[in-house]
Design a binder for this molecule. Structure first.
Ligand SMILES: *[C@@H]1O[C@H](CO)[C@@H](O)[C@H](O)[C@H]1NC(C)=O
Ligand SMILES: *[C@@H]1O[C@H](CO)[C@@H](O)[C@H](O)[C@H]1NC(C)=O
Ligand SMILES: *[C@@H]1O[C@H](CO)[C@@H](O)[C@H](O)[C@H]1NC(C)=O
Ligand SMILES: *[C@@H]1O[C@H](CO)[C@@H](O)[C@H](O)[C@H]1NC(C)=O
Ligand SMILES: *[C@@H]1O[C@H](CO)[C@@H](O)[C@H](O)[C@H]1NC(C)=O
Length: 446
């Protein structure tokens, strides 16, 4: 009896520990190079070991793998960012017990797959994994995240996505620029969704059932001839340009839409006539379409309208990896993209691309606030004391001289809170592999 219970109990413990890694024991810093900058409100530091006290922002400097328990010692962490860092793998248990997180921003890396167990006990509003090379997402990949509202998986190589395992509280779902072929979005799984972007995919089948108002649904540039199912309570803006519609999809006659983008599509003229009348009678606005080539909006030939599209849909250059593209371009979604032209940098900064990498630098004399997730280039002498020369500290964006006595001495009260160089001592890489010397072997005694 007792035995039976303890067996059940111990197998339960095994199951639980298998799910929740022990981050003291299982952290993988000693195996993988994981170089980061971290900041709290008052100070910033750098670490190769992943111990960063009470930081609220971590910027990954260099890593191929985000290892298990990578952020385990940062309970107050709000933002994790690693843009364009050559990250290839997110290990199982990489994000554990981070209940104060707001965003994980990892675009422009080389992540291929998302497996189960990456997130455990994580609370998060925004997850940006756009511009990676994700081709596979396991059904439970997003399990373990609470409160996720914005999910950006655009510019990847997804053919399909396990809708069953998607986070429930999404409001914004960006799946644009992938290779999705069939998607069914069901209200039951996404009760709070308002922005759905599935543009620039290979969709030939789509079904949408959303029993509430949504802001926009973007199906631009797919292969749709019809829409399998559409029951959306109300939609502000619906985009269906650059598809293969020649007949009016059945649902459009009943759909409650405020504005729609229709062109270009190989519309039959008689069908388009019916559609116009219907839209007019229901006060649906049709987006203006500037048609520089003066192509007709419709054709009376069967499928004759396809020619309208063939001129407009440019066959973009296909690629398998960066080396197939010009050195200023990246290969994402099998397409060479000129990232600087895609406005990846904020407006104030200078975008420079070479060797399939890009950089957003500030004009001379300006700098970014390292404590901010997104900082524009600003005119400031300093934000933190490490921006200043030795013997100076930063106060109100100005480098001020430290009182004489404190220069070279231990941190003085003059800069307490400002630059307390509080990096905890890093554990050596062999920590817990070689037992520490016992006191009797102390150097003094020999
Ligand atoms: C989630 O993480 C928080 C903060 O580290 C911790 O206090 C809490 O016990 C964890 N919850 C579970 C179910 O592990
Ligand atoms: C991804 O989408 C989010 C909003 O959902 C947006 O803030 C972010 O800029 C997008 N990322 C990129 C790289 O475009
Ligand atoms: C879902 O949306 C409703 C109203 O739009 C809001 O009250 C609720 O908090 C949202 N749920 C979550 C988990 O965000
Ligand atoms: C959807 O994504 C595409 C490509 O990223 C973008 O150009 C478009 O503006 C987005 N649609 C909406 C409605 O935001
Ligand atoms: C910094 O600015 C704050 C408010 O703007 C002010 O109260 C404080 O005195 C300033 N400190 C110094 C050293 O100028």
């Amino acid at each position: 009896m007792v035995d039976k219970q303890s067996i059940i109990l111990s197998s339960l413990i095994v199951a639980v520990t298998a799910i929740q890694p022990n981050c003291e024991r299982d952290n993988q810093f000693k195996n993988y190079y994981f170089s980061i900058d971290y900041c709290s409100e008052f100070y910033c530091g750098h670490s190769e070991y992943g111990f960063f006290g009470d930081a609220d922002l971590v910027k990954i400097k260099s890593a191929k793998i985000i290892p298990t328990c990578a952020f385990s010692s940062a309970i107050n962490l709000k933002w994790i960012q690693g843009t364009h860092k050559d990250i290839r793998v997110i290990a199982s248990g990489a994000f554990v017990n981070l209940i104060n997180l707001e965003s994980i921003i990892l675009p422009f890396n080389q992540i291929r797959e998302l497996h189960n167990g990456i997130f455990r006990n994580v609370s998060l509003t925004t997850l940006d994994l756009s511009w990676n090379r994700i081709i596979y997402v396991q059904e439970g990949a997003f399990k373990g995240i609470q409160n996720l509202k914005h999910l950006n998986l655009s510019n990847n190589e997804l053919i399909t996505l396990p809708m069953k395992g998607m986070p429930s509280w999404l409001t914004h779902l960006d799946l644009s620029h992938n290779f999705l072929e069939m998607v069914a979005l069901n209200y039951d799984r996404f009760p709070n969704i308002t922005h759905i972007n599935m543009s620039h995919n290979e969709l030939y089948s789509v079904a949408l059932f959303i029993e509430k108002s949504v802001k926009n649904i973007d199906l631009t540039n797919n292969k749709l001839r019809d829409i399998d199912f559409f029951d959306v309570q109300h939609c502000e803006q619906f985009r269906m340009s650059l598809n293969k519609f020649s007949y009016v999809p059945r649902f459009l006659k009943f759909a409650n839409i405020k504005s729609v983008s229709l062109y270009p599509n190989p519309w039959r003229c008689d069908e388009l006539q019916i559609l116009w009348e219907h839209l007019q009678n229901n006060l649906v606005a049709v987006d203006k379409y500037s048609n520089p080539q003066g192509k007709p909006l419709c054709s009376d030939n069967r499928d004759g309208g396809d020619f309208i599209l063939s001129k407009i849909k440019l066959d973009s250059l296909r690629c398998d990896d960066d080396s197939h593209c010009d050195s200023t371009m990246l290969c994402r979604g099998a397409t060479c993209s000129d990232v600087c032209k895609a406005n990846v940098c904020d407006p104030g900064s200078i975008c420079k691309a070479s060797n399939h990498a890009f950089e957003c630098s500030c004009p001379a004399g300006l700098r970014r606030d390292p404590r901010k997730l997104y900082s524009p280039c600003l005119e400031a002498q300093c934000f933190i004391s490490s921006d200043c020369d030795y013997g100076y500290f930063c106060e109100n964006n100005t480098c001020l001289h430290l009182p004489e006595a404190s220069v070279g001495a231990a941190p003085a009260s003059a800069f307490a809170g400002s630059w307390p160089a509080r990096e905890p001592p890093p554990k050596p890489w062999w920590f817990d592999e070689i037992p520490l010397l016992s006191p009797k072997n102390d150097i003094k005694d020999i």
